[in-house]
Design a protein around this ligand. Structure first.
Ligand SMILES: [Zn+2]
Ligand SMILES: [Zn+2]
Length: 329
C-alpha cells in the first residue's frame, strides 16, 4: 500500500538534517528544519505550507532565507513553527533585509512559537515590510500543534541545553482507492479523487462532485462515491527527532508522542564510545537512537545528523543503531 506521505532527507543522512514531506497525490508539502541545503527545486519550495524548525542553531535554521526568497511572490501564507524565542528570532531575521519594494506583495508569514501549554502566534506581511506583530495565543491540547483534515502535527519540547522541538506528522486515517471499483463504474482517475478525499474527511457526504467517466462528465454524490471507491487503514505516521540528550525525561516525551511510527527520522550523532560527550553536548549516539526506536516501535528508522567525526564510519553508525533497535545493545 502506498504511504500517505512521500518523504526525502534532502541532504542525506550526514549533513544538516532537512526533511521534505509531500502529501501523496497533492502538490502541497511540509519541511522539517531548514539548515544549509541544496537539492530542493523552486517548485518544491513553492509547495510548502509550513516549515517546522526544531531549534534555531544555524544548522537547522540558516536556510530559511532561501525559502522566503522563493515564496516571496506567493499569495498563500507560509507558516513557521519553532520553540520558545521563535518570534524574536524571526523578527530579527526579517528585519535584516530592506523591504521597500514589497508593498504590493500578498505574502503573509505566520510564526507559531510553541510553548508548553500554548502557542504564541505572530504575523508578518510583505506589504508591511515584514514587521512581526503578535496576533494572539492559541491554547494547546496535549501535544497537537496543527490539525487539518489531511494531517496533524504533534510537538514535544526536548532538552538540548535549549528548548528543541521533536515532531510527529500523521494522517488521521489513510484512504485507499479500489481500482476495480473505478474500472467497474467507468471512472477516469484525476485530481477529483483528491477533492473527494478532502470532502469525505470534512464530512461533506451530501455534496456532489463532477467525475470524468468514459461516458463524459457525470455528477455523483460524495457519500455514494466514497462507499464504492474507498477503504481505510490507520494513517501514516512519521517522527522527526534531532538534537536532544538521552535523558529519561526526553526519551519519555518522545515515547509518549511517537508510538507506532511508520518511519522514525532520528539523529545518530556519535557512536556509543562518545556517549559522555553526547550527553554534555545534548546529542544522542547511534546506540541511544536505536533504543529510542525500539521504545517507540517504529517500523523503519533513518539515522541522520551524523557528526563529521563519523562521516567515514557511517556503516558503523547504522549497525550500532540497528543492534540497539533489535535489543542487542
Ligand atoms: Zn543544535
Ligand atoms: Zn544540529
Amino acid at each position: 500500500m502506498r504511504p500517505g506521505f512521500v518523504t526525502r532527507l534532502v541532504n542525506g543522512p550526514l549533513f544538516d538534517p532537512v526533511l521534505y514531506v509531500r502529501h501523496l497525490n497533492r502538490r502541497r508539502a511540509l519541511l522539517f528544519d531548514c539548515g544549509r541545503f541544496s537539492g530542493l527545486s523552486n517548485r518544491e519550495i513553492l509547495a510548502l505550507d509550513a516549515v517546522f524548525v526544531t531549534h534555531t542553531h544555524m544548522d537547522h535554521f540558516m536556510g530559511f532565507d532561501c525559502i522566503l526568497r522563493t515564496v516571496l511572490h506567493r499569495g498563500t501564507p507560509l507558516h513557521v513553527y519553532g520553540p520558545e524565542g521563535m518570534g524574536m528570532r524571526m523578527a530579527a531575521r526579517l528585519a535584516a533585509y530592506t523591504w521597500n519594494l514589497t508593498s504590493g506583495y500578498g505574502l503573509e508569514v505566520f510564526v507559531h512559537e510553541v510553548l508548553r501549554d500554548g502557542v504564541l502566534l505572530w504575523c508578518a506581511r510583505a506589504g508591511e515590510g515584514f514587521r512581526l506583530r503578535r496576533c494572539g495565543t492559541e491554547p494547546r491540547e496535549g501535544t497537537c500543534i496543527v490539525e487539518t483534515p489531511r494531517y496533524r502535527v504533534d510537538a514535544v519540547i526536548l532538552d538540548h541545553n535549549v528548548p528543541c522541538l521533536g515532531y510527529v506528522v500523521s494522517e488521521p486515517v489513510h484512504v485507499h482507492v479500489r481500482p476495480e471499483a473505478l474500472k467497474k463504474h467507468g471512472f477516469r482517475t484525476g485530481p477529483w479523487i483528491g477533492d473527494l478525499k478532502d470532502k469525505v474527511a470534512q464530512g461533506l457526504l451530501d455534496r456532489t462532485l463532477l467525475v470524468p467517466t468514459c461516458r463524459g462528465e457525470e455528477e455523483w454524490k460524495v457519500g455514494d462515491l466514497s462507499d464504492w471507491l474507498f477503504f481505510t487503514s490507520p494513517g501514516h505516521r512519521i517522527g522527526y527527532f534531532t538534537d536532544f540528550r538521552a535523558s529519561r525525561e526526553n526519551v519519555e516525551r518522545i515515547r509518549s508522542a511517537a508510538c507506532g511510527l511508520d518511519t522514525l527520522y532520528i539523529e545518530a550523532y556519535y557512536l556509543s564510545e562518545r556517549e559522555e560527550e553526547a550527553y554534555l553536548k545534548a546529542h544522542v549516539s547511534a546506540r541511544q537512537a536505536g533504543v529510542v526506536a525500539r521504545l517507540t516501535g517504529a517500523s523503519r528508522v533513518v539515522p541522520m545528523h551524523v557528526s563529521p567525526r563519523y562521516h567515514d564510519r557511517f556503516g558503523d553508525i547504522v549497525s550500532e543503531l540497528e543492534r540497539a533497535r533489535l535489543g542487542g545493545e
